[in-house]
Design a protein around this ligand. Structure first.
Ligand code: NI
Length: 267
């Protein structure tokens, strides 16, 4: 078994290749002397039992993670779970899955066809979520999938990788809260997801989040490269619960809007 820290490093390297903003933001914060704590890492998948949440969670469970919250996103046909480690310094793991049975027959067949292409050896890999796309895809199929579900389109194009990493804003010493961080990011040229306002959630919900818009990168399809939205960076500020414990869960209504950070945009 690859050590979990190695796995996180692999995931981060792949994330930086897919999201050129990430290193820029990291550098911007590091130059101010900030030490970045990663609140959570998020993954996306289909609910086919061969690649579902349970399957993706295996290496994390083997490394001491345990399942915590469960979330429903009815509008997007998603279900998600988050996992925590007894060492609170470890990032939480957030995995969502598309409920295929709620999608068109065509999409279901397409997803099955993708998953059928994954080799038996690949399923054995402990670094399954750091391998990218394990199936062939042409651009017309991608376009068709995004029409029905932006999530399905993104997943078909990028496969298994970290969809986002998340800066824990509580840990920043030179920046007081999300609003200040958002201003800093924007003044440095980073675009934020403003679907339903830049800040999702509130202190009353014990969690505030914002995120960049996914960077657009050239993605190779079987019939040529195309420029499409890839990964994004997220920022989370957590608040203490009345009992003094820090809230460690997620707020479905906020996450619902954050998913849209990878939607295609009119340019
Ligand atoms: Ni997130």
């Amino acid at each position: 078994m690859v050590g979990i820290d190695n796995y996180f490093n692999q995931l981060w390297d792949l994330f930086c290749r897919m999201n050129p903003q990430a290193e820029g933001i990291h550098r911007l914060l590091a130059e101010r002397g900030e030490v970045i704590v990663n609140d959570h890492i998020a993954f996306r998948t289909f609910d086919d039992p061969r690649v579902d949440i349970e399957f993706l969670a295996r290496p994390f469970l083997k490394s001491g993670y345990f399942p915590q919250g469960e979330y429903e996103f009815p509008n997007k046909h998603l279900f998600a779970r988050h996992f925590e480690h007894s060492d609170p310094q470890r990032p939480k793991i957030f995995i969502s899955q598309l409920k295929l049975r709620e999608m068109s027959e065509k999409l279901q067949e397409q997803a099955t066809e993708f998953i059928d292409q994954i080799s038996p050896e690949t399923y054995e890999r402990d670094d399954f979520c750091a391998m990218g796309r394990p199936w062939d895809l042409d651009y017309a199929t991608y376009e068709q999938l995004v029409q029905e579900s932006e999530y399905a389109g993104w997943l078909s194009a990028f496969g298994f990788c970290a969809n986002h990493f998340t800066v824990l804003v509580n840990n920043l010493r030179t920046i007081d809260g999300l609003e200040e961080l958002n201003e800093l990011l924007k003044s440095n040229g980073f675009q934020l997801n403003s679907s339903n306002g830049e800040i999702k959630g509130s202190p009353e919900e014990y969690l505030e989040q914002s995120s960049t818009l996914a960077a657009e990168i050239d993605v190779p399809f079987s019939d040529g490269s195309h420029h499409i939205p890839s990964c994004y960076y997220e920022f989370a500020r957590r608040y203490e619960l009345p009992d003094g414990e820090m809230f460690s869960g997620f707020v479905a209504q906020s996450a619902d809007k954050i998913f849209e950070s990878t939607d295609r945009r009119e340019t």
